[in-house]
Write a protein that binds this ligand. Structure first.
Ligand SMILES: NC(=O)c1ccc[n+]([C@@H]2O[C@H](COP(=O)([O-])OP(=O)(O)OC[C@H]3O[C@@H](n4cnc5c(N)ncnc54)[C@H](OP(=O)(O)O)[C@@H]3O)[C@@H](O)[C@H]2O)c1
Length: 263
């Protein structure tokens, strides 16, 4: 019997995201930072967008470079039309065509019941969430249409489908984001562009640092996987949808919550 020849088995693989240029909004901290690092470790050139945390954004870029990757930090408030235009111009100047965009940055909000909300605060969250997604997509989509390829992933929340007291503004804003994504997926699919939503449950980031460890433990115990998410867990799901292995997935809503809420 002939010996199995190892020569016939190719062991060289291109990195999963080789030759890809990926913009991650709000990548100085939390989920965005973990996502930027993971995508870069799989070969993507990453634009690390930030607004206020320059030091943290530069640290993300340094980390990526130290591990042999390529990244650039670019400051822009994603709710400002002129800053978004400059962000995209600078990104394209640096790396050329942006084939993938992760809509991660999101306006902060107050946790309070409907009776305590006023329209101004509610509107701020609702408009802020949609405005950044709209402005970024206005800039990145036309070149994607021209090249007939592109990938957009929005970070929503499980709360967009499963309400929790105090989160009415966040839930409403993210539900609108989900609908925006579905419409984009429908409209842009014929142009070869995929658009999907990732819906995390509770994630350990600065945004959830106000919660007590008892509250977090209670969440963990309610999850079939018995823990809360780390930013890297969400980054893993982004990698999944960003990769060409997900090439027939569009308009999807992917919960990443350890099984807390199943769809
Ligand atoms: N943490 C959770 O439990 C959880 C659960 C479900 C969904 N999510 C979603 O996941 C996403 C990331 O959340 P996170 O917990 O990672 O937040 P985080 O740790 O508070 O980080 C927020 C990031 O967004 C950036 N950012 C905020 N406003 C911005 C603006 N106007 N322009 C540009 N960047 C801006 C911040 O940058 P600077 O500091 O540089 O301003 C920072 O990098 C959000 O969409 C959030 O709704 C989070």
């Amino acid at each position: 019997m002939a010996e199995l020849s190892t020569k016939t088995v190719s062991t060289t693989h291109q990195p999963m995201l080789a030759n890809r240029v990926i913009l991650v909004t709000g990548a100085s901290r939390g989920i965005g930072a973990a996502t930027a690092k993971l995508l870069a470790s799989h070969g993507a050139k990453v634009i690390v967008n930030y607004n206020k945390s320059a030091r943290e954004a530069n640290a993300v870029v340094e980390h990526i470079k130290e591990h042999g990757g390529s990244a650039v930090a670019i400051k822009a408030d994603v709710n400002s039309e002129s800053e978004v235009k400059k962000l995209i111009e600078s990104s394209v100047e640096h790396y050329s065509f942006i084939d993938t965009t992760i809509l991660n940055a999101s306006p902060s909000f107050s946790i309070k019941s409907f009776v305590d909300y006023n329209w101004h605060d509610f509107e701020k969250k609702l408009v802020g969430e949609l405005k950044s997604a709209f402005l970024i997509c206005k800039e990145v989509v036309p070149p994607m249409v021209q090249k007939r390829k592109g990938n957009i992933i929005a970070i929503s929340t499980g709360l967009s489908r499963h309400p929790v007291s105090g989160f009415i503004a966040h839930s409403s804003a993210k539900a609108a984001l989900d609908a925006f994504v579905r419409s984009l997926a429908f409209e842009l699919g014929p142009h070869g562009i995929r658009v999907n939503v990732i819906a995390p449950g509770l994630v350990e980031t600065d945004a959830t640092a106000f919660m007590s460890s008892e509250q977090k433990d209670a969440f963990a115990q309610a999850a079939p996987l018995r823990r809360v998410a780390m930013p890297e867990d969400i980054a893993g799901a982004v990698l999944l949808l960003a990769s060409s292995e997900a090439r027939f997935i569009t308009g999807a809503y992917l919960p990443v919550n350890g099984g807390t809420q199943m769809v």
